[in-house]
Design a protein around this ligand. Structure first.
Ligand SMILES: [Zn+2]
Ligand SMILES: [Zn+2]
Length: 155
């Protein structure tokens, strides 16, 4: 006989509210619960995935399938934004050290690939060397301008 699960009805886990018990059991005998997401969709979730302890290592479920996917994408975007900000900060620092050592026009170019796209431009200058050691602007999708023979390397 499976032990009677703790009644979770009415409890909240992220966007989910537990609305009723399910007949389903996990392999280890844990109860499933029907949950209502704040978006109105229902999802059947194993009891051991319902936790408010966000520090634990085991995955937790906090939304319906659709919302979970959205939350995941948001998470990825936030990470990309943070990395892009760091790249731009780094490019600014690199370029500050290159004042007077490279053509001034290079220092007015966008800072990164994404920055150039944002501004509708095709060139950017991060102030770093390409794999072949050139110090030159890059073209989006095209790589180093010195490699392409379009400009002499600054070093
Ligand atoms: Zn949802
Ligand atoms: Zn190069």
């Amino acid at each position: 006989m499976p032990s009677k699960p703790r009644n979770r009805i009415g409890e909240n886990y992220g966007r989910l509210t537990v609305i009723r018990a399910s007949e389903r059991r996990t392999k280890s005998g844990n109860a499933y619960w029907w949950c209502l997401c704040s978006c109105g969709q229902k999802r059947e979730v194993a009891g051991d995935k319902l936790s408010t302890n966000t520090m634990r290592k085991k995955p937790v479920v906090t939304a319906c399938l659709v919302c979970s996917r959205e939350l995941q994408i948001e998470g990825v975007c936030a990470k990309n934004d943070r990395e892009e900000r760091q790249r731009r900060e780094q490019a600014k620092r690199q370029r500050a050290n290159l004042m007077g050592k490279v053509p001034e026009t290079w220092l007015k170019l966008p800072l990164t690939d994404a920055h150039a796209r944002e501004l509708g431009q095709v060139l950017f200058f991060r102030g770093t060397c390409c794999l072949r050691g050139h110090l030159a602007p890059y073209r989006i999708n095209g790589g180093c301008l010195a490699c392409a023979g379009q400009t002499p390397s600054a070093q």
